[in-house]
Design a protein around this ligand. Sequence first.
Ligand code: AMP
Length: 305
Amino acid sequence: MSAQHEVLVVGSIGLDSIKTPFGEVFEVLGGSAIYFSLAASFFTSVRLVGVIGEDFPEQHIGLLKKHGIDLSGLQVLPGKTFRWKGNYGYDLNEAITLDTELNVLANFAPQVPEIYRDIKYVFLANIDPDLQLAVLDQIKKPELVVCDTMNFWIHGKRDSLIEVLKRVDIVIMNDAEARELCKEPNLVKAGRTILSWGPKRVIIKKGEHGALMFANGSFFSAPAYPLEEIFDPTGAGDTFAGGFVGYLASCKQINDTGMRRAVIYGATLASFVVEDFSVQRTAALNQQEIRDRYQEFQKMVHFGE
Ligand code: AMP
């Protein structure tokens, strides 16, 4: 697929320790920007803005480079890399955060390299909304800005987050986050409320139950791929966003149908990442597997004329 646009992403880069009912891993590669970048790299060139500490393993840099991810915007600061520790019970839709160590992320002042500032497609992955705003301020004339967030920032930085929402074209969040942000149990109402704050589209992910996309005058409900083995749901949201934005960046023009296809590409990529811990499955993926699973999605929702 020849890409039309490059994508700039800012987000966390971390070492995750995760326990699910099916296994446990310690300090593996994670972070919202990582999951996003690897997924988007199947569709377009990715430029990563983020921070790591001096303890970040060299082999992870090698993996990112192998996927053609541009690291000119990667800062290495004295200190430790961001760490996140989470658990999942049998309800894999809900991550229980045991510990968040911001480490170098606490002193991160994102610097978008001069050569990136003309970029048209921007993804603000899950990170402090003040940092998301700092990045947006450095982009000259973006054409498509998409963002994600999580409960940690909904609780801690709600006002900054609402500021971000005013400045983005599309927001992606999960169902629990949308309910919390809007203080509204009904997802249709929550979707409409978020639309009224500024974004042109709102995508609400429902884990194993698919995703909803709201726009003024359009509504789309996408299924999730019916996987029988889900190993580790960490990164599913960021990987969804990587497939979604990556596909859009590969399109000449975007209309409502293109947006719907992008949601299915997002769901396709997300369906792979959960099959193994960390980015192992995404890192081993090929274009043919992506095409095949996308077609399976098409068959799955086809119900005749
Ligand atoms: P998700 O796609 O929502 O499962 O994102 C999982 C990733 O988010 C993990 O790899 C974590 O390293 C990262 N993460 C967890 N908490 C935070 C936070 N407060 N800020 C930024 N990234 C985080």
